[in-house]
Design a binder for this molecule. Structure first.
Ligand SMILES: NC(=O)c1ccc[n+]([C@@H]2O[C@H](COP(=O)([O-])OP(=O)(O)OC[C@H]3O[C@@H](n4cnc5c(N)ncnc54)[C@H](OP(=O)(O)O)[C@@H]3O)[C@@H](O)[C@H]2O)c1
Length: 162
């Protein structure tokens, strides 16, 4: 069983502040939607609270030790629950936040990273990544524009085979 992580991070690997995203980047939201639509998305309870609802047209799994159920998402109380809920034949996306990225990074073979080319002074960070273990298979640079305040690069990495 393996997972795909999708994340937007700044130059310090920051991912959030005050339980919100660091910046509104419509271009990245489009990229996120394009990649995750019709798939299973797995998130921590803080990230679910931050979004405020389940993401449409996706199967939503929220990991929480305090919740038993949600009206619009499946609740997993631990990693074992998630393993029972996902289809190993499909691509299952880990969509954050930091605690959940940390939990799943060792089980992940694909990273979709949006590198935001700025320090946005986060209070929440992606765990350390050893990029020697990953090979970049795609890279798309996007300059800042009227709607997207910072330049950013969409990159996809695959775990190198041992
Ligand atoms: N930049 C990005 O791409 C991106 C993506 C997603 C989120 N974010 C940001 O990340 C921040 C939130 O991250 P976070 O680390 O604070 O929270 P999180 O990972 O979203 O959620 C943490 C919660 O998940 C539950 N949890 C974690 N590990 C668990 C385990 N092993 N078993 C059962 N439940 C577990 C706990 O919920 P209970 O307390 O209910 O037990 C815990 O409080 C926000 O700022 C958000 O905007 C950024």
């Amino acid at each position: 069983m393996s997972f795909s992580i999708i994340v937007a991070m700044d130059t310090e690997q920051g991912i959030g502040r005050n339980n919100k995203l660091l910046v509104h980047l419509p271009n990245d939201l489009k990229w996120f939607k394009q990649n995750t639509l019709n798939h299973t998305v797995i998130m921590g309870r803080n990230t679910y609270d931050s979004i405020g609802k389940a993401l449409p047209k996706r199967r939503n799994i929220v990991i929480s030790s305090s919740l038993q159920s949600l009206p619009d998402a499946m609740v997993a109380n631990n990693l074992q629950d998630v393993m029972r809920m996902v289809n190993p034949e499909q691509e299952n996306f880990i969509i954050g936040g930091a605690q959940i990225y940390r939990l799943f990074l060792p089980l992940t073979d694909t990273l979709y990273i949006t590198h935001i080319h700025a320090n946005l002074h986060a209070d929440t960070f992606f765990p350390a990544i050893n990029f020697d273990k990953w090979i970049k298979i795609k890279e798309i640079f996007n300059p800042a524009d009227d709607k997207n305040p910072y330049a950013h690069t969409f990159a996809i990495y695959k775990l190198k085979k041992e």
